[in-house]
Design a protein around this ligand. Structure first.
Ligand SMILES: Cc1ncc(COP(=O)(O)O)c(C=O)c1O
Length: 397
């Protein structure tokens, strides 16, 4: 049966994530992946979580296995509030909602705010999960280029001035996915000023903010907001475990109320077992100490990757910015327009990277950029993967 004619308009323009497509081609265990966005599995507190899960199921089976409330288990909401309060990102009048990953929070916030044809300003490039969520609501994406220090403010102002119907700016200001860049304070203030002038909402997505391994912390945009203009998405994926699927949205109460109703329709509530596990983990252990271990490891892995890039990449042909945190490095090949043949050749040489087109507003336009991830591979595989990649770049650039 031919299904295309039955498909809803909202999914016709969607393209499956090339990253997931690549995973299918990566069944070969010899392939070194620098492509994904996974945190370092070697640091997962699996023993602690296993004991906690066992205890919860023995002592509180009904709480863990019964339906829960849509806005989240109250103690889990306190945990999320605590994380957000550490970066002054929860204000009076805000509600905290537990989400099944920040992804769900971004999706439901968009569902609550965006009508077909509304425009959303996004960093170009940006996180594919959010871009795909925005696409499913048939919004129009307006891309604003990312400089070495985050979204370009002149282009943002032009985008706001020249586009009717902009409702939201979506930004990942700290250790952005995919570029690894961080917006300095002045730019954050400017973004707020522009959002206020043009009366649009900012959706600030901050899953990597805790993962700084060099430089100084910068206040979140939400912490600078005095108008209730910023919706904040947080996540436990990169500071505890992505498989627990725990994220949160902090939004002014009237908006949060609608998001909660949408979540009720969507999945009723986030699994109680993982919420209880996170609460117990944060009660029993110092999560900041655990995060510190991640930061140290990511700093080391990032340095290993950058050193290897300096050693193996052809001189003067690839540009990159060294991140101060997070899990990604973004590279631009200066002498070509399309990275696709290089990505294919890399797979033949058994190393996987992600082409920049995946993160663009126009996924069909060729890109000369690619993303590298340093959090999930071992130090040895980072060195070997970059060596293989360097050989391909030397051959093809
Ligand atoms: C920028 C960004 N936002 C949100 C998410 C989703 O996080 P979660 O696992 O909490 O859904 C990711 C995951 O990679 C991400 O990179």
């Amino acid at each position: 049966m031919e299904y295309t004619k039955y498909m809803a308009d909202r999914v016709k323009t969607m393209k499956g994530s090339a990253i997931r497509e690549m995973f299918k081609r990566m069944a070969d265990p010899e392939i070194i992946s620098l492509a994904g966005g996974n945190p370092a599995a070697e640091l997962f507190p699996s023993e602690e979580l296993s004991k906690i899960a066992g205890k919860i199921l023995m002592t509180s089976p009904t709480l863990a296995l019964q339906y829960g409330t849509t806005d989240g288990y109250p103690k889990m909401r306190d945990c999320a509030r605590e994380r957000a309060a550490k970066v002054n990102s929860v204000h009076e009048g805000d509600a905290v909602l537990i989400m099944t990953g920040a992804n769900q929070g971004i999706d439901l916030t968009t569902k609550a705010l965006i009508n077909k044809g509304d425009k959303i300003i996004v960093e170009s490039p940006s996180f594919i999960g959010s871009l795909n969520a925005f696409r499913t609501y048939e919004s129009e994406l307006v891309g604003v280029k990312v400089d070495d220090d985050g979204m370009n403010m002149d282009e943002l102002e032009n985008a706001l001035k020249n586009n009717d119907g902009v409702k939201m700016i979506y930004t990942i200001p700290t250790f952005q996915n995919p570029t690894g860049t961080t917006m300095p304070l002045e730019k954050r203030k400017k973004m707020l000023e522009l959002a206020s002038k043009y009366d649009v909402i900012i959706l600030e997505d901050n899953p990597y903010g805790d993962l700084r391994f060099s430089g100084e912390d910068v206040p979140t945009i939400k912490s600078l907001d005095t108008e209730g203009r910023v919706v904040y998405a947080g996540s436990f994926s990169k500071i505890l475990s992505p498989g627990l699927r725990l994220g949160y949205i902090i939004a002014p109460a009237p908006l949060a109320e609608k998001i909660e109703m949408l979540k009720q329709v969507n999945d009723v509530h986030t699994p109680m077992l993982t919420q209880l596990m996170c609460v117990e983990f944060m009660k029993k252990y110092d999560i900041d100490k655990y995060i510190e271990k991640n930061r140290e490891l990511y700093g080391k892995k990032c340095r290993t990757m950058v050193d290897a890039m300096e050693k193996y990449f052809p001189k003067g042909k690839v540009k990159w910015v060294v991140p101060e945190g997070g899990i990604f490095l973004w590279c631009e090949c200066l002498t070509i327009t399309d990275i696709a043949p290089i990505v294919d050749r890399c797979l033949e040489k058994k190393v996987a990277i992600v082409p920049g087109s995946n993160f663009a507003t126009d996924i069909f336009a060729p890109s000369n950029m690619f993303r590298l991830n340093y959090s999930s591979a071992t130090l040895e595989n980072i060195e070997e993967g970059v060596k293989r990649l360097g050989e391909v770049l030397t051959e093809m650039l």
